[in-house]
Design a protein around this ligand. Structure first.
Ligand code: TRP
Length: 326
């Protein structure tokens, strides 16, 4: 089985875009891969954090992964900071990537340009080196990530190849895999924009939202005035988004679904019902986990121990090959 690695930033809320775009896929990928999933709390530290909130969101993110169906028996699920090999290998990665390469990363340019007066940590700049360490520590074959993370996987490949050519064969060079299409979920009020946690308005559906509120948000979703149900993202972004969501939740093709509707009202109603049917059991499992934080902590400890067995071997190989003593 090929080894798969992916990471998720700890964050307070997970919305429908995260769920259908990434997490549902993570659950499926467990069947055919030796999957390793990591809550990347060290990456979160690249931006200012409040200690109690970081702790809470790290645990909440792990609980969300469990609630959607990540199986800690079949897969390895852990928190990055509980496996000390990550920051250890990150230093070797920092010494293998150049200042110029890091300067060209669009994620860094975007984040650091957004507000030139704010504090820009060195960690934000070296973020890709830590991400490369995450991936390379597990002899990872494939990394499922969205388009926004593609450059980070590319630089990981470059770092692995450079390290291997400088120091001898050490790392597996990973490939990125693009998650299946159709799961690009847009804002219900501004269907030209991706659903996002930064604009948590009437167009966002969070996985833990009250179900009646979710139904209302779908009812009020922006469509258009021509009254025709067709899948056409450019001409009909709102209607197409509803069809995409319904398609993703019911595992059907959005274009085929369009043929079954002649009016917007029933499409909105069915989409809301399908989303609610999917979220209800996730919410119930999440509440159970929330009531027993010690169980989550136990599972995370087990996951970190499993991860560390692999990570310590790969780190030892890298240390030896660069010339560090035992
Ligand atoms: N940078 C990723 C994001 O913001 C999270 C991440 C960290 C990651 N390490 C990773 C993703 C390793 C894939 C593999 O979404």
């Amino acid at each position: 089985m090929s080894r798969l690695f992916s990471g998720i930033q700890p964050s307070g809320e997970v919305h429908l875009g995260n769920l259908l775009g990434a997490l549902v896929n993570w659950v499926t990928l467990q069947d055919e891969h030796d999957a390793i999933y990591c809550v990347v709390d060290l990456h979160a530290l690249t931006l200012p954090q409040v200690a109690d909130e970081l702790r809470r969101s790290t645990i909440a993110t792990a609980q969300m992964l469990l609630a959607v169906g990540i199986d800690p028996e079949r897969s390895t699920m852990f928190v990055q900071s509980q496996v000390p090999q990550h920051p250890q290998l990150a230093w070797l990665m920092e010494c293998t990537v150049s200042y110029g390469e890091l300067s060209r990363m669009t994620a860094f340019k975007d984040k650091s340009n957004r507000d030139s007066t704010s504090f820009i940590s060195a960690g934000l700049f070296t973020y890709p080196a830590l991400q490369a360490a995450d991936i390379l520590l597990y002899d990872t074959d494939v990394v499922p990530v969205g388009a926004d993370q593609r450059q980070h996987v590319e630089i990981t490949r470059d770092i692995a190849e450079r390290f291997n050519s400088r120091h001898g064969d050490t790392f597996v060079v990973p490939a990125h895999i693009i998650p299946p299409a159709g799961a690009r979920i847009m804002d219900l009020q501004n269907p030209g924009n991706k659903m996002s946690k930064s604009v948590d308005g009437a167009g966002t559906v969070n996985v833990l939202d009250d179900l009646a509120k979710i139904a209302k948000r779908f009812k009020r979703a922006v469509t258009d005035s021509d009254g025709d149900v067709r899948f056409d993202v450019d001409a009909k972004p709102g209607v197409s988004n509803l069809l995409s969501i319904l398609g993703a939740v019911t595992d059907r093709d959005p274009e085929a679904l369009a043929d079954e509707y002649s009016q917007y009202g029933p499409l909105k109603g069915d989409t809301a019902d399908a989303v609610i049917a999917m979220l209800e059991p996730i919410q119930a499992r999440y509440r159970e986990l929330e009531d027993d934080p010690a169980e989550t902590m136990r599972l995370l400890r087990l996951g970190a121990d499993k991860a560390e067995v692999i990570a310590s071997e790969v780190l030892a190989r890298a240390r030896r090959n660069v010339g560090l003593i035992d």
